[in-house]
Design a protein. Sequence first.
Length: 295
Amino acid sequence: MKILRASLFFATVFVVAPSLFAATPVRALIIDGQNNHDWKKTTPVLKKILEDTGLFQVDVLTTPPVGGDFGTFRPAFTNYQLVVGNYNEYPKGDKWPLDVMTAFEQYMKNGGGYVSFHAADNAFPEWPAYNQMIGIGGWLGRTEKSGPYWYYQGGKLVSDPTPGPAGNHGARTPFVIVTREPKHPIMQGLPEKWMHASDELYSKMRGPGQNMTVLATGWSDPANRGTGHDEPMLLVLTFGKGRIFHTTLGHDTEAMACAGFITTLQRGAEWAATGKVTQKPPKDFPSADKASTRP
């Protein structure tokens, strides 16, 4: 894996320069380093999934550890067409420096792409722009003050302002993903329903929900500490000229082996980076009653 040290990243301008972005490969940056999930194992899998498409050239930037010196952590966002978040400060980690947050906001406003991967939607509960980018998030003290609780009911997206904490999941189990926006480029050609491999099913997610489209949902089973609602699993959003693909899936490498996870991540990343999807659905995509995994 190509690891780029934080000290090598200095962003001197906060404007996305289209000339930096070749048609192929798409330059992508994964940011990790702090997470309550095993980022040391999941980041290499994320990198491989993206590079297996033949579309992406992927670098990795690892932050200092909890309590470390962020003085040289200055990601050169404008060198990349896509940023992939595999970072959160749960439970007592570090926020990014203010100038890095400002640089990332400007990068997105000017047309950058972002993928929020699984627990990256736990990150930065007090950063308004980030929560607008991801639409909904959980844990780290989020409540109704962070925004309403969003779920599907009667085939429609519902925003529920009832007070309460954000973030919940039951034990890991396989579950069915239901496509809600079959005409979106990420979902086009995929089945209406498909079985996802054993994973956490996030629920009770709260946030502003602005410029947000829910692509797919999963039913949160009350028998597994669930809500009894169809919860957002895959989302797309816009922030200024920027595009965001948000997947709540992928708790660990076992869940990430699901062909459905791999396909939606690859297609979602391409859409976030370029605004289109050129990849065709694979032959091993899961069916409604049978999961499909890859070695």
